[in-house]
Design a protein around this ligand. Structure first.
Ligand code: CUK
Ligand code: CUA
Length: 641
């Protein structure tokens, strides 16, 4: 969204409409007028559980935060595209390969859109997928362990923004490029962009059993920018919809260039048709380097493989596979309603919302009512696919979610509000302010055929005076509204980790049942595990030393280690022998740049220490684990080389 904030701001400032977060307004003391029952509605008594999990992406923090709703309590921050000192993710030897890419070790990314796996159009609570925009990647988080277990890099892509949404049986997780780029990458003049750059839309298959991801094919689209996407569902299952902007194919997006066309497109992709084409030998393999990283729970170890080729499909070779639906004013969000009939394109430079009809689209295709073509892809007539327009919705519409009861909720960035409207009659029935400048919103299950429909969570980019000030940088925030009545009711503000870019929510019961309590020590297949104290030892191999260590309340075995020399590379492989739920231990060594290893019962983790000075150096447990936590310690003697 940042790309167009500037242009939107300039429009807003000219129009004098950016009032909802200017200083005057915030001094008026309008805090959202809470009713007295709001507190009760979000109060979860001590020891009680929340109704919903909300997985809120951390934007530029590269993480995924797990909150409870309606309380807004934070339970966990899952490192995905980040190094995390709290969990040693990306620091220990086991997880470092997860952050490998064709550009090397990249322990950062910009994570935008989480989406939960589905079975028959319902959330099944198995996995959360999330995109990394910057160095294009898709990650998968396993909801039995709440850990990132797979990351696949997406070649030929740049921006990876219209990602990572799943089809209704999780057949595919889709990763659409934001930027079009030369494919394959090469040295060429930037101003020869038009007609030469390509936009790769990647369909990543997900194995129904183990969830393993694989790029089934990349659709090589014309050189537009692909902003967001959404799968068809129900009657439109088998299709995928992508918003585009810069259909002018300008190589510089200063406003003059980028918004010339009154209408851009929503690209409707019949992925079932392309799947069939590919299964019958269609498409071309092209060389491409990309990393595929998998974390194995039995060995507690990740491996990174560099892939060498990818299958690409030219849409003009598959008649009937792709159509363009003209959509006004740089459509941003692209949201399909639970029935699969309505495709909502939010033109971020427009005041109105455009809604397309899937049925009318099929009818127009069948009768070949086209209005020209672009790069061999038929363009449908706007009037032929239009279902309706929501008028006077607000300013700067971005994203829409659905409650499953015939209502839609759209965020308006410039006018800082959530607007509720009716599918079919297109009338606005309610609007409530947000504090301030809302991006996405989320209804638990809102991306499925069966939204839960009790709450909507608005994710705000700007908070100004809403919280205690913390210097120039203040927290970003989420706001929870009750949507069970005709009118929305603001219940709660809560601060978030990083940028609360988007979120996915699910009824807690579905996930609670799956959540794992313990790794069984007997099942630990880590190469360097010490499953009993008889396995603990120190082995030297040249200047590499491997320490097989165990930990249990409240000691390490071994705890006195001698024979280490300056210049050695010392691997501590530490196995937690506890088999009680929720008894981790940590370990840290003076001078080791590894963060803390928080090792869960039954698990093995490894850090490397390269001692630079002779001496007797202590190590200790870093997680308060028992009354004798402070006694959980040891020494390593380091002698001259
Ligand atoms: S979006 Cu604009 S930068 Cu999810 Cu509305 Cu990502
Ligand atoms: Cu083990 Cu503290």
């Amino acid at each position: 969204m940042k790309r167009f904030i500037t242009s939107i701001l300039s429009i807003a400032l000219i129009a004098g409409s950016f009032t909802s977060c200017n200083d005057d307004d915030s001094k008026k003391g309008d805090r959202g007028a809470l009713s007295s029952s709001a507190a009760e509605k979000v109060y979860v008594a001590p020891g009680e559980h929340d109704e919903y999990y909300a997985f809120v992406s951390g934007g530029f923090s590269g993480q995924l935060a797990v909150y409870g709703l309606p309380s807004g309590r934070l339970f966990k921050v899952i490192p995905v595209f980040s190094q995390d000192a709290e969990k040693a993710w990306g620091y220990n030897e086991e997880t470092k390969p997860m952050l490998n890419t064709s550009h090397g070790f990249i322990p950062w990314d910009d994570s935008h859109h989480p989406d939960i796996s589905q079975t028959e159009g319902k959330l099944d609570g198995r996995w959360v997928f999330i995109n990394g925009n910057n160095t294009p990647r898709i990650a998968k988080i396993d909801l039995t362990t709440f850990e990132t277990t797979e990351i696949i890099e997406v070649p030929n892509s740049a921006g990876n923004h219209s990602s990572s949404f799943v089809t209704e049986n999780t057949e595919y997780v889709v990763a659409g490029t934001r930027f079009s780029v030369p494919v394959p990458q090469r040295d060429m003049p930037i101003n020869e962009y038009k007609g030469n750059f390509k936009g790769a839309l990647s369909f990543i298959s997900v194995d129904p059993e183990d969830g393993r991801m694989d790029i089934k094919f990349q659709l090589m689209m014309p050189g537009f920018d692909y902003d967001l996407s959404h799968p068809g569902r129900g009657k439109s299952h088998g299709w995928f919809f992508f918003t585009t902007y810069n259909t002018e194919e300008a190589n510089s997006l200063l406003e003059v260039n980028a918004s010339q066309n009154d209408k851009d497109f929503i690209a409707a992709v019949n992925w079932k048709k392309i799947e069939e084409y590919v299964n019958n030998g269609g498409g071309k393999k092209m060389p491409a380097n990309y990393a595929h990283n998998v974390y194995d729970e039995e060995t507690h170890t990740a491996t990174s493989t560099m892939k060498k080729e990818v299958l690409v499909v030219d849409p003009s070779e598959v008649p009937g596979a792709v159509y363009f639906l003209p959509t006004p004013k740089s459509p941003h969000g692209c949201d399909v309603d639970p029935s699969g009939e309505y495709i909502v394109g939010n033109g971020k430079l427009s005041a109105d919302l455009t809604i397309h009809s899937f049925t009318k689209m099929l009818d127009a295709i069948e009768n070949e009512r086209f209005d020209g073509e672009a790069y061999g892809i038929p363009i449908l007539k706007f009037e032929d696919v239009l279902a309706g327009t929501v008028k006077q919705g607000g300013l700067g519409p971005l994203h829409t979610e659905f409650d499953g009861k015939g209502n839609a909720y759209t965020t308006f960035f410039i006018s800082s509000e959530v607007v509720k409207w009716k599918l079919g009659s297109w009338e606005v029935v309610d609007r409530k302010p947000t504090y301030y400048s809302v991006g996405h919103l989320m209804i638990p299950g809102g991306n499925s055929r069966e939204p839960f429909g009790d709450y909507v969570l608005a994710m705000n980019k700007i908070t100004k005076d809403r919280y205690l000030p913390t210097g120039p940088e203040v927290t970003q925030s989420a706001q929870l509204y009750d949507i069970t009545g005709e009118k929305m009711e603001l219940l709660l503000d809560f601060p978030t980790v990083g940028e609360p870019h988007y979120a996915a929510g699910i009824a807690a019961d579905i996930v609670k049942e799956r959540s794992k309590k313990i790794f069984k020590l007997a099942d630990n297949k880590h190469k360097y595990a010490a499953l009993t104290n008889a396995d603990t030892r120190v082995e030297r191999d040249g200047n590499e030393v491997h320490i097989y260590m165990s930990m249990i309340r409240s000691h390490f075995t071994p705890d006195n280690i001698e024979g280490i020399k300056v210049g050695d590379k010392v691997y501590f492989h530490v196995t937690n022998h506890e088999q009680d739920y929720d008894v981790p231990h940590g370990i840290s060594m003076i001078g080791a740049n590894t963060s803390e290893l928080l090792i869960m019962p039954g698990q093995t983790e490894t850090f490397v220490w390269e001692p630079k000075q002779v001496g007797v150096w202590p190590f200790y447990c870093t997680d308060f684990c028992s009354a004798l936590h402070q006694e959980m310690q040891g020494y390593v003697r380091v002698s001259p080389a």
